[in-house]
Design a protein around this ligand. Structure first.
Ligand code: NOJ
Length: 730
């Protein structure tokens, strides 16, 4: 085969792309902006797809069973099959451009880690990076070279099922998790066969869906969009994320997948994103449903000109782009720009040199003991201890009888959470199995079915009970929204009935969102929030409940005391009047928000909150300089002491308020955090660096402002931190 410059790996990528583009026909270019889908229910689909690839090549192939792939476990992507499609592209198409195989790898591949919201609760970016590194290695061993994650949507409404897939309500924490995920997936060299391309999604504002109903309209002011929703995407772009997925929703009057302002002006031009934008599933032709496009041709024109480079699964680009280019409705420059972006990703991944996946490799890579150990640690770090009256936890492994009850104890799939495509339930231990393995002598009675009378009897005959309650994996994730964020029917009553026996009760909550635990919190002695913890979640729960590991997670979302408190977030703005109608809420302690007549303003458990088996005290909060010039940096320092009898990890948090600003701003914002490991009696100084980023915000002019004046700084263990100091920007 004659060798062309684009096939020469020693040449710079730009030169290879220029050569390749010069050889491509219009149809071949259009094929690169198409992400094709082999439709499982259509028998002739594989043949048709292969014919298309043979003729033109194709940009990408999605490995998904259906449009709601996240709600159903699916057969793993087969290496043989992926290689077979790749062979058609590489060996049978004219130019031999390899296919980029894509899949939803959301919180692990075969080894399932906790749902992303749980991972965020670890406040441990290094651990999260490790999780995504493992996910990349496993996915790549099966031929998947592009993962549709991380999801960076800020969520203030836990009714929205996709809150499970993100890092919660805070832009700073989400941005840290974004960077961790991008680094974990992509590493520093994408040609590393163990790395995959990441995809920051869903750009942008998708989490603002009205009423928490998935796909619904969002209305976000420009300043909130830029100050709250944009930072995680900005961080991902700075970390070099290869791709971005455009969102489904209509935002401020424009569908996000058809917005030139959002995709081209803001993302590509202003943030300098050089990768490519893929639409979400059919979100290009959904411009017709939004009634901003007349038909699929018009939708293709709008989305492509807006900046969506590749269309996921629908074929409006493939069908109409040639005519759109010929008629001048789309420029050839724009088509070349999209192709260049997509081809760059393929060259960077080294796909031209190494298009195939080694058969059999997966067996050595998937679900190894090392990956399981990492998932177990990650899960343990994701658990948040919300209540622990009288130091009930940790439990003793001997000397008392423990009833392990509740609707979750025999579940496997539910522990894996939504978006578990490749994780196997049969490899997932149940809670019952893990608890018995950890403390065979203590587990007195288990209720073998879900009948609550049996469970209450089991509780009665034991010294204490651990009640495992929660949601199914299908209650969260895509299109799985709930109207009321209480536990599923009957579970609060079960907890209350067990508590009524007068013996100590620990409640473990497994959920894909923030739930209202008011009734549980009133009667349970201890509460551990465990999200959907993944393949090793049950073992990790036993580790934490029996004290082999201490809990160290902190809430990445506010836990409201009622559905009526939604939207729930700590970083609300200063208002003209606070809860009593006259107070000025930003002095002194963290204020109650403007209240209801029938409900306190404060949430049940605030953002950043979490206990462990020891206690901590903060002292000596100071700033390195009381006065700085604009653009300079301030070091914040605080001493944290372990005041209890056990070792423990504190997540020290730093919040900032810019006191007087040209627009209304949040009452305080997280600007730094650090996990600190402390032995009993030990003290450590924790330092946070506040750079210009931590002091600036976007104004109504859509420009960054760093305004002179006073800044308050708080250090402490959650968003209510009271220890305060200040500095001035001159
Ligand atoms: C739709 C979802 O919104 C998106 O997150 C996912 O990556 C795609 N489907 C592909 O399955």
């Amino acid at each position: 085969m004659s060798s062309h410059p684009y096939q020469d790996p020693t040449l710079p990528i730009e030169q290879r792309i220029a050569d390749l583009l010069s050889r491509m026909t219009l149809e071949e270019k259009i094929a690169q902006i198409y992400q094709i889908w082999v439709i499982p229910s259509v028998p002739e689909s594989p043949q048709k797809v292969k014919e298309y690839i043979r003729k033109y090549g194709v940009g990408s192939r999605i490995l998904a069973g259906s449009h709601l792939a996240g709600s159903a476990q699916e057969r793993s992507a087969g290496v043989e099959e992926i290689n077979a499609y790749q062979r058609v592209a590489v060996e049978e198409s004219r130019l031999g451009i390899p296919i980029l195989h894509a899949r939803d790898v959301i919180h692990g591949f075969r080894t399932m880690f906790p749902i992303p919201l749980g991972m965020a609760a670890s406040w441990n970016p290094a651990r999260v990076e490790e999780a995504f590194t493992i996910a990349a290695r496993e996915a790549a061993s099966c031929g998947v070279k592009w993962a549709f994650a991380p999801m960076l949507d800020i969520a203030r409404d836990p009714r929205w099922g996709r809150i499970a897939e993100g890092s919660g309500e805070d832009p700073y924490l989400t941005a840290q998790m974004a960077v961790a995920a991008v680094k974990g997936f992509q590493g520093t060299d994408l040609t590393d066969p163990e790395r995959v391309l990441a995809c920051a999604k869903h750009y942008i504002g998708y989490g603002s869906a009205e009423g928490g109903r998935d796909y619904n309209t969002g209305e976000i002011s420009d300043t909130t969009l830029r100050n709250i929703y944009l930072p995680p995407f900005q961080a991902a772009v700075q970390a070099g994320v290869g791709t971005v997925m455009s969102a489904f929703e209509d935002l401020n009057g424009e569908p996000a997948s058809g917005s030139h302002y959002l995709l081209t002006q803001l993302l590509k031009q202003e943030l300098g994103f050089e990768g490519f934008v893929v639409s979400d599933w059919a979100s290009v032709i959904e411009l017709v449903n939004h009634r901003v496009a007349e038909d699929n041709r018009d939708a293709a024109r709008q989305a492509f000109n807006a900046g969506v480079d590749m269309e996921m699964i629908t074929d409006s680009y493939a069908t109409h782009m040639a005519e759109l280019v010929q008629s001048g409705a789309v420029s050839l420059e724009r088509l070349d720009d999209a192709c260049r972006r997509i081809l760059t990703a393929k060259f960077k991944l080294g796909l031209f040199e190494q298009p195939y996946t080694q058969p059999g490799l997966a067996e050595e890579v998937l679900f190894t003991p090392a990956h399981q150990a990492a998932a177990r640690k990650m899960a343990a770090e994701s658990f948040v201890l919300l209540k622990n009256e009288g130091g009930l936890l940790p439990l003793n492994k001997t000397g008392q009888s423990i009833a392990v009850i509740g609707p979750m104890i025999h579940q496997r799939t539910a522990l894996l959470g939504s978006w578990t495509l490749d994780g196997l339930s049969e490899e997932t231990q149940t809670i019952d199995e893990a608890m018995r393995a950890a403390a065979p002598q203590a587990i007195a009675r288990r209720a073998n079915d879900a009948l609550s009378d049996e469970m209450v009897r089991a509780a009665l005959s034991a010294d204490l009970s651990v009640v495992f309650v929660g949601e199914s994996n299908r209650s969260s994730g895509e299109n799985n929204n709930i109207a009321s964020i209480t536990l599923p029917p009957g579970q609060e009553e079960l907890v209350e009935a067990v508590c009524a026996l007068g013996k100590p009760v620990v409640v473990v909550v497994l959920a894909g969102r923030a739930l209202d635990l008011s009734r549980v919190a009133r009667c349970a002695d201890a509460i551990l929030y465990a999200w959907h913890p993944g393949s090793l979640g049950a073992a990790a729960l036993a580790d934490v409940l029996f004290g082999d590991t201490a809990p160290s997670g902190r809430l990445p979302v506010t836990l409201p005391r009622s559905t009526g408190q939604i939207p729930a977030h700590y970083n609300f703005k200063s208002t003209g009047r606070t809860f009593d109608g006259v107070g000025h809420g930003d002095s002194g302690s963290y204020p109650e928000r403007n209240r209801y007549a029938d409900l306190p303003g404060a949430p049940l458990f605030p953002f950043g909150f979490g206990l462990t088996y020891t206690t901590f005290a903060y002292s000596d909060l100071r700033v390195s300089r009381g006065e700085i010039q604009s653009g300079e940096t301030v070091e914040v320092q605080v001493t944290v002491t372990n005041t209890g009898a056990r070792p423990g990890v504190e997540v020290a948090q730093c919040y900032v308020q810019d006191c007087i600003t040209s627009i209304t701003r949040p009452i305080r914002e997280l600007k730094g955090f650090q996990r600190v490991d402390l032995q009993p009696g030990e003290s450590k100084q924790v330092r946070f660096t506040l750079g210009p980023d931590a002091m600036s915000f976007y104004g109504t002019d859509q420009k960054l402002h760093l305004e002179p004046g006073k800044f308050k700084v708080w250090g402490g263990s959650d968003c209510r931190a009271e220890m305060e100091t200040e500095f001035w920007v001159k």
